[in-house]
Ligand binder design. Structure first.
Ligand code: HEC
Length: 184
């Protein structure tokens, strides 16, 4: 486990990937949300664009076999940054798994839930002018893992990770560095 402490004298939104978005006025079905949010890159049939976008068939169904794969899907930048609510994002991911991974997903696939897709390292604090508060955000080490295709394994690189903090993803005045070291 790693944690980051931040002290700020005004109200802040602190997040590893901060999102500040307007909610759509009405809810759409997952199929429509796919068309609006994903299809521009993944095409209607989830097929690949060589050198740019991987295919969804043969991928999503396999990724949901392991917790790291589920976590990877949730934090894909284009999934995490939609204007959809957590519940709608969970519903969309379940739709994507059924639509493109039905043949490969585990038979007892547990659907994504709103809680699972919620931002992890996120806390909103309201402070009076001049007041201070320490905000501790925990980032489980598994959330830094990525899939190393050459080694066919999940890996966490021993690197220095920069964590940005601010009022939204476009206003990130604070940053800190986390170092990840191998267990002895
Ligand atoms: C701007 C283009 C773009 C949009 C929009 C987009 N994606 Fe992606 N997606 C990518 C790229 C590129 C990758 C490859 C991994 C990466 O670079 O993040 C990817 C990877 C993925 C993967 C993992 C596939 C693999 O084998 O690693 C899934 C699943 C996925 N996207 C689902 C979605 C969903 C669901 C949406 C809509 C909410 C969406 N994407 C929107 C470009 C996009």
């Amino acid at each position: 486990m790693s944690s980051v402490s931040v002290v700020r004298k005004t109200a802040i939104l602190a997040a590893v990937s901060a999102l500040c978005v307007a909610r759509p006025a009405r809810a759409w079905s997952p199929a429509v949300n796919y068309a609006l949010n994903c299809q521009g890159c993944h095409l209607a049939d989830g097929s690949a664009t060589p050198d740019l976008v991987p295919p969804l068939q043969g991928s999503v169904g396999r990724l949901v076999h392991v917790p790291e794969g589920r976590a990877y899907l949730v934090r894909l930048p284009n999934v995490a940054s939609t204007t959809l609510s957590d519940a709608e994002t969970a519903e969309l991911l379940n739709w994507v798994v059924e639509r493109f991974g039905a043949g490969e997903r585990p038979r007892e696939f547990a659907p994504f839930t709103a809680a699972e897709v919620a931002l992890r390292a996120f806390r909103r604090v309201s402070l009076a002018p001049g007041a201070r508060e320490t905000v501790a955000l925990e980032v489980p080490i598994a959330e830094l893992a990525f899939y190393d295709e050459a080694a066919s394994a999940w890996r966490v690189d021993e690197l220095a990770y920069t964590v940005h903090v601010g009022t939204s993803s476009r206003d990130l005045p604070l940053s800190a560095t986390l170092e990840v070291r191998a267990r002895q």
